[in-house]
Design a protein. Structure first.
Length: 433
């Protein structure tokens, strides 16, 4: 069974508490209790004393655990907050950019046990949890396999006088396999991993992966596709992946929508301003609680369809504060390109000072919200006051498994395999360990 390393905190000072007996690979003597490791001007100190090597603590017993204090979760999102988190496995530290990373190393199945409970409520249905376990395991192993084969390019940026095109895909993670936040997969240690159903879901799918033509699937997921899933190349590098297709989140296409081409403004407007029938079109509180943590429920009441309104001054100031493009006062927004789910790939911002085209979908979402706009599947309207009204669909990039749709499918008595084959078409399941 593979082990993975997870970057948890990146800071100049990290407080941690040891509970149980740990040995240090670098022969440092670190007792039980609370400690502080810091870096300043290249010098690392532990509890105020300079050290020449960094701690690498390995638990002597299974029941040993450690706490990292003031971990920031939801970095850059509307639910950003700090909390203390408890972990099992090894704890090590590495230096990057004048700061320290706290890194947790553990088995992939122990990691997944925590991820599933962090990504969704541990009270979710067993079939939903099993589906998510396979998706999370497959995504993780695909990243590790890709990292072994080639030196990955994690971030692409294209900037010239008239365009700013970026996509983000695990950039900066060279010192460990994945980070602990939404950028990769929510991993919050044992903090929320306290449910027997989650443990059962992991055990019953142990070593099971989604595979396509012998290769582990790069299985993606998002909160809510908005009724239509998106293709990989809309959000990341321009590479088509056969098992990440665009289709209606429904066994059949809703009546009256057959000729709607969502890559056009007419088709996207019809789709987004209506509510075509889809698995993820639900307001059932009990179903949504399976997918959303408490802070998600409090901060994002709308998912399938939503509306955001800005004054001209508000949106102009927002774009400038987030992107520093110098466009002046925003006059209009024009869609340059949409993906098959209606998500905007490139958006032209016409300002009083200059015009800039931005993309891809995540860069657009970052530019038009203090944290992140729910998705880039939106249409733009202006009211009599000149305000910009964004009417949108879904939450997230929409590629791969729709978590809300999967929750509804499980509620409708679909088994986890049926859920997976719905969202990852042409893929098969294969047990690797």
């Amino acid at each position: 069974m593979p082990e993975i390393s997870v970057g948890i905190i990146h800071a100049t000072s990290i407080y941690f508490t040891i509970d149980g007996h740990y040995t240090d690979k670098n022969k440092l003597k670190i007792s039980e209790g609370k400690h502080c490791i810091s870096i300043a001007e290249g010098i690392v100190t532990l509890d105020g004393k300079a050290i020449s090597s960094l701690p690498y603590l390995v638990p002597a017993k299974e029941k040993c655990k450690f706490t990292l204090h003031d971990v920031v979760i939801g970095i850059g999102f509307h639910w950003e907050q700090k909390e203390d988190q408890i972990f099992k496995g090894a704890l090590s530290f590495v230096v990057e950019g004048g700061k320290l990373w706290a890194v947790n190393t553990l088995s992939i199945e122990d990691y997944l046990f925590c991820v599933i409970a962090s990504e969704m409520k541990s009270t979710s249905s067993l079939e939903l949890l099993k589906a998510h376990a396979v998706v999370s395991r497959s995504w993780l192993m695909a990243q590790i396999e890709a990292k072994k084969k080639t030196k990955p390019v994690y971030r692409s940026v294209s900037i010239n006088a008239g365009t700013l095109i970026k996509w983000y895909d695990r950039e900066d993670h060279t010192l460990f396999d994945v980070c602990a936040d939404d950028h990769c997969q929510r991993y919050q240690g044992l903090t929320r991993a306290n449910n027997k159903t989650v443990k059962k879901a992991i055990e019953e799918t142990s070593g099971l992966l989604l595979v396509y033509e012998g290769q582990i699937c790069d299985a993606r997921f998002s909160k809510c596709c908005g009724g239509m899933t998106e293709v990989f190349e809309t959000c990341w590098q321009p590479t088509h992946i056969d098992y990440l297709q665009s289709f209606v989140d429904n066994p059949v296409r809703p009546a009256g929508t057959h000729d709607w081409d969502l890559t056009t403004e007419e088709g996207a407007t019809k789709w987004i301003t209506s509510s075509p029938d889809a698995y993820c079109d639900t307001t059932d509180a009990e179903i949504l609680k399976q997918v959303l943590n408490d802070y998600d429920v409090k901060t994002t009441p709308q998912m399938y369809r939503w509306t955001v309104e800005y004054t001209q001054q508000e949106i102009s100031e927002l774009i400038e504060s987030k992107c520093k493009l110098g466009i002046g006062t925003l006059q209009e927004m024009e869609v340059v390109e949409r993906g098959p789910s209606g998500r905007i790939v490139q958006l032209k911002l016409i300002g009083s000072a200059k015009t800039i085209t931005i993309g891809k979908e995540l860069e657009i979402r970052r530019a038009l919200s203090k944290s992140h706009l729910q998705s880039s599947a939106f249409v733009v309207e202006r009211n009599l006051h000149g305000n910009f009204i964004l009417r949108g669909a879904g939450w997230g990039h929409g590629v791969g498994m729709c978590q809300v749709g999967a929750a509804v499918m499980a509620h409708k008595k679909f088994a986890y395999k049926g859920i997976l084959y719905h969202y990852f078409r042409r893929a098969i399941l294969e047990k690797r360990w």
